[in-house]
Ligand binder design. Sequence first.
Ligand SMILES: Nc1nc2c(ncn2[C@@H]2O[C@H](COP(=O)(O)OP(=O)(O)O)[C@@H](O)[C@H]2O)c(=O)[nH]1
Ligand SMILES: [Mg+2]
Length: 199
Amino acid sequence: MKLNAKFISSYDDYKKCPENSLPEYAFIGRSNVGKSSLINMLTGVKNLAMTSSKPGKTQLINMFNIEDSWILTDLPGYGFAKASQSSRIKWGRMVHDYLKNRANLTNVFLLVDSRHDPMKSDLEQVSWLASNGIPFSLVFTKADKQSVTQTNRNLAQWAKVLGEDWEELPKSFTTSSESGKGKEELLAYIHEINQQISK
Ligand SMILES: Nc1nc2c(ncn2[C@@H]2O[C@H](COP(=O)(O)OP(=O)(O)O)[C@@H](O)[C@H]2O)c(=O)[nH]1
Ligand SMILES: [Mg+2]
C-alpha cells in the first residue's frame, strides 16, 4: 500500500513551520537508527525521506503531508559521535523548541535500535519527553537483524530500565523496514488517534 505523501518543506526553526490544523507526528532518533527507512516503509514511497535529505538539508525539520490527513515530521538525528559541542547545542535547541512549541504536535515516535540495550542518549530523550509532558511512543527498529528471542530480551531490558523511573511504560512498536513488520500496527495507531481527534 502506498500513501499519498507530499514533501512540504524544510525548516531550520519551528517558528518558520507553517501553522497547520492537521495532527502532526514527529519521528526522532539517533543517526543511523533507521528513521529514513522507516518513513519510506510506512508511506510505501521509496526515497520519500531522501527527497529532503539533500546535502545541508539533513539537519532541518522536514515536513510531509500524508493523505491530506496528517503531517509527518522528520527530525534530524542525534547521538552523532563526531558532532561538535556547538552542533549538539544547535540540535537540542531546534528540535526541543519544535517539540515544546508545535501546537498541532500529536505524538512523537522515538526510534531506538532493537539490537541494543538502552543507550544513554536515548534515555536522555525519553526523560526529556516525559518530563515535558510530550506524548511519545517507542519504535524498536531493525528487528530483522536478530532473533525474536534477542529482540524480546532487549525490549525486556528497556522495560526494566524505564520501570526504574516511570510508573507507566510508553506504547511501543517493533519494526523492520526490510520485512515491513510493524507497518500496519503503527499506521493503525496513527489512524486511531486521528479519528479520535476529528470527533
Ligand atoms: N536490516 C535492516 N536494515 C535497516 C533497517 N532500517 C534501516 N536499515 C539500514 O540501516 C542504515 C541506516 O538507515 P537510515 O534509514 O538511513 O537511518 P537514519 O539515519 O536513522 O535515517 C541503512 O544502511 C539502512 O539500510 C531495517 O529495518 N532492517
Ligand atoms: Mg535519515
